[in-house]
Design a protein around this ligand. Structure first.
Ligand code: LLP
Length: 425
């Protein structure tokens, strides 16, 4: 994160707080979020996309406090379920700045979104157009709607998080004409207000070329809609998916350059076609909360598997960070509670679950004198770790604390044994 450093005795500090104090006061595993880092990334987006809307993708990590930060910093919010919507509404976030996503929104979710008056609903299927039309009419609402378009861009990322090739569940295909058909169907329903098109090509994408191709294709469809229907759609939502650095040598796109590049492409296509330039929205998730989060663990056992490597077991695992098991994600782990002059040895950082795939870092070098009680920090865990956490093996989900200028406060309580047993008959 932007404020992590080493204290004089060699312990890591984040937001001016010594990780040993964090572990002592809140236990481990512990998610630690550097508030100034997250807020400064929110502001960077607001500046880079000053003439556009920035809607944080709540799936990356959402809780009441994050919603308050978004509100303070003037961002909007994307939600992908009724539950995410409920978090936002619970702290009075302005519904007009919320976009509702999802490839299979339930009638209850659509109803809630309509009643709350969310700013946009992104439709993802023909059934949903009819369903939303029905509920909008029933409730006497006229929501602003966007069509999620599958642009055919092959994003270079893990198969499970690439979303714009044709053979996957999201969106309506540009190539097959399904997107154009969706536009026709929405325009035929007076209770729906079609305002734009949406594209999201995938996640943890470092090469910005894919975003630019998708933006060009989406804008070209805007021109075709004008030609076919005489309708000028005023908005384009270009999604999120920008990558962050997880390990040494990882690259991350520059947000300002990205914003300028996307704006230039959309502007050029529109100007050439004599169309007004639409208002843009982007939906970054990982780039806002990812880099400013770390997970703190305590080492429990250190097992030297002769001639192979050292297995370092920590007190969490795939229940608090499933990304390594799920996507083969790479992370950086460091000894956080002290400095060590010992030789770095090839290690694998593993959890305490009953699976050999329960790995947090597949290959890393940790000091040879690592011992039970040492604290390990895993970097860049602010996105898609707490939000994907589970109770596998009945492990409680860890607390989330926010640190800033030497102060720490709990923003999500850690689960207790009572929480784990709640609701069981
Ligand atoms: N907009 C839409 C419609 C999305 O589906 C997503 C992410 C985003 C925005 C935000 O993408 P971001 O900027 O955070 O990359 N669990 C996976 C990532 C799944 C992303 C799903 N959609 C992971 O841990 O890598």
């Amino acid at each position: 994160s932007r404020t992590s450093a080493r204290a004089p005795q060699g312990a890591l500090t984040v937001g001016g707080v010594d990780v040993r104090d964090l572990a002592r006061d809140h236990g481990t595993p512990l998610y630690v979020l550097d508030e100034d880092d997250v807020r400064s990334r929110m502001r960077d987006y607001a500046t880079a996309f000053a003439d556009s809307d920035v809607h944080y993708a709540g799936k990356a990590f959402l809780c009441k406090e994050i919603v308050r930060w978004l509100h303070d910093e003037g961002l909007g919010l994307d939600v992908a379920s009724g539950g995410e919507l409920a978090v936002a509404l619970s702290v009075g976030f302005p519904p007009g700045r919320i976009t509702m996503h999802g490839n299979n929104k339930s009638a209850a979710e659509l109803t809630r979104a309509l009643e709350a008056g969310v700013g946009h609903i992104v439709v993802d299927s023909f059934e949903e157009i009819a369903r939303l039309g029905y509920h909008a009419e029933r409730l006497g609402r006229r929501p602003k709607v966007m069509v999620r378009v599958t642009t055919g861009v092959e994003a270079h990322t893990h198969e499970f998080i690439a979303t714009a090739h044709d053979d996957q569940k999201f969106g309506l295909s540009l190539n097959s004409g399904a997107a154009a058909e969706a536009v026709r169907r929405i325009l035929a329903l007076p209770q729906l207000q079609l305002v734009g098109l949406h594209s999201h090509i995938g996640s943890q994408i470092v090469d910005t070329a894919g975003f630019e191709v998708a933006a060009r294709r989406l804008t070209t469809l805007l021109v075709q809609i004008k030609d076919e229907h005489g309708v000028v759609l005023p908005e384009l939502d270009l999604g999120g998916g920008y990558g962050i650095a997880y390990i040494d040598g990882d690259e991350a796109p520059d947000i300002k350059e990205l914003a300028d590049g996307l704006r230039e492409i959309v502007t050029k296509v529109c100007v050439d076609a004599g169309l007004p330039v639409p208002r843009l929205t982007v939906e970054p998730g990982r780039t806002i909360v990812g880099p400013g989060g770390i997970t703190l663990y305590e080492v429990g056992t250190v097992k030297d598997v002769e001639g192979l490597r050292t297995y370092v077991s920590i007190d969490g695992g795939m229940s608090d960070n499933v990304r390594t098991a799920l996507y083969g994600a790479e992370y950086t782990a460091v000894l956080a509670s002290r400095e060590s002059q010992a030789q770095p040895v090839l290690s694998r950082l593993v959890g305490k679950h009953c699976e050999s795939g329960d790995i947090i870092v597949r290959d890393c070098h940790l000091p040879a004198d690592l011992a039970p009680g040492d604290l390990i920090a895993v970097a860049a865990t602010g996105a898609y770790c707490r939000s994907l956490a589970s109770n596998y093996n009945y492990l409680p989900r860890p607390a989330v604390v926010a640190v800033s200028r030497g102060e720490c406060r709990v923003i999500v309580q850690g689960e207790t044994e009572d929480d784990l047993l709640r609701g069981q008959l």
